[in-house]
Design a protein around this ligand. Structure first.
Ligand code: CP
Length: 347
């Protein structure tokens, strides 16, 4: 596979490249232990908390004979400055220019988790931490969630393929999602959350040729135009479609997939108080049995972590339709595929 240098976004990768990653991930799921990362190492930089991402990357490197080092800049490692040309008389003790180069002398890969600062979307939408690592690093960089979450996308796509291949045995894995009705539904959360997984869900679902509905309370919850355009472009290329809806019943009707996520409305980014009452008025977007009954026996998933009985009810989470844990498991397998692909041919 002729892979891009980094894994920053699935949109940078060809559809053939993504299909190859998913095929490799399916193989790693069957053959858990291997030596594809023997003698290799990855630095995992977490600027935000994690359970799944940290565990699956550390374990994935170990299971393939490699080694992972976890760093939390500002906690157990020095705080880092990312802006170019600044007088560093604030909290940061070192600059990304040195951090990325030094890590690149030690390790073969760098993973970065850096959520938005939730103050100024125009600044956050430049993905300044991830892009600085990619610019300065001599080794491949993996996005472990910034303003998109491409590893989650692959895990989600693999879980959906597994589900529909079980229902339609003999189907081509690369085609099995085409034409499926996919609903990305906003859900209530007491805090305004990152749009990363929502951006990613639209991106990968349209890439796979699904008929995608973005269901959200009001036009203010439509996602950043960059990701809406990616989704429109993907749908045009894949034969899928993209629709925005604020009508719960119409969106759920006949759906094959329901994916839930909460996010803050971008027009209120950094000044969240006026957004709170809008969010509060839409608690009824919770995924429940009544809504799932409107679907075509849809499968349900979520990236996790999930607040039960806020985003989805116990009944939905505990139903056979819920594949969220399968999706979480698949993080392990897809990330092995990503790490191995980025290192193939690099010694
Ligand atoms: N889905 C996900 O990335 O989980 P963590 O935040 O626990 O890593």
């Amino acid at each position: 596979m002729n892979a891009p240098r980094h894994f920053l976004n699935t949109q940078d990768w060809s559809r053939d490249g993504l299909d190859a990653l998913l095929a490799e991930a399916a193989r790693y799921k069957r053959e858990v232990l291997g030596d594809d990362l023997r003698g290799r190492s990855i630095a995992l930089l977490f600027f935000n908390p994690s359970m799944r991402t940290r565990t699956s990357f550390e374990l994935g490197a170990f299971q393939l004979g490699g080694h992972a080092i976890v760093l939390q800049p500002g906690k157990d490692a020095w705080p880092i400055e990312f802006a170019p040309g600044v007088v560093m008389d604030g909290d940061a003790e070192e600059h990304i220019a040195e951090v990325a180069q030094v890590l690149g002398r030690y390790v073969d890969l760098i993973g970065v988790r850096a959520f938005p600062k939730f103050v100024d979307w125009q600044a956050d939408r430049e993905d300044p931490v991830l892009t600085a690592f990619a610019r300065h690093s001599p080794v491949p960089v993996i996005n472990m969630e910034t303003i998109t979450h491409p590893c989650q996308e692959l895990a989600h796509a693999l879980a959906l393929r597994e589900h529909f291949l079980a229902a339609e045995p003999g189907s081509d894995p690369a085609q099995v999602l085409r034409g499926k009705k996919y609903v990305l539904t906003w859900t209530y959360h007491p805090k305004p959350l990152n749009t990363a997984v929502a951006n990613s869900a639209l991106t990968i679902a349209t890439r796979m040729g699904m008929d995608v509905t973005l269901l959200c309370p009001t036009p203010e919850y439509v996602l950043d135009e960059r990701y809406m355009q990616w989704a429109r472009d993907n749908a045009a290329a894949s034969g899928g479609s993209l629709t925005v809806s604020h009508d719960i019943e119409a969106a759920y009707a006949g759906a094959d997939v329901v994916y839930a996520k909460s996010w803050g409305a971008l027009p209120y980014f950094g000044k969240w108080e006026p957004e709170k009452p809008i969010r509060e008025r839409h608690r009824h977007f919770i995924v429940d049995e009544a809504k799932m009954a409107l679907t075509n026996n849809a499968v349900f998933s979520h990236c996790l972590p999930l607040r039960r009985n806020v985003k989805a009810t116990d009944a939905v989470m505990d139903s056979p339709a819920c594949i969220a844990v399968n999706e979480a498991e698949n993080r392990l397998h897809v990330q092995k595929a990503v790490m191995a692909a980025l290192l193939a041919g690099r010694r």
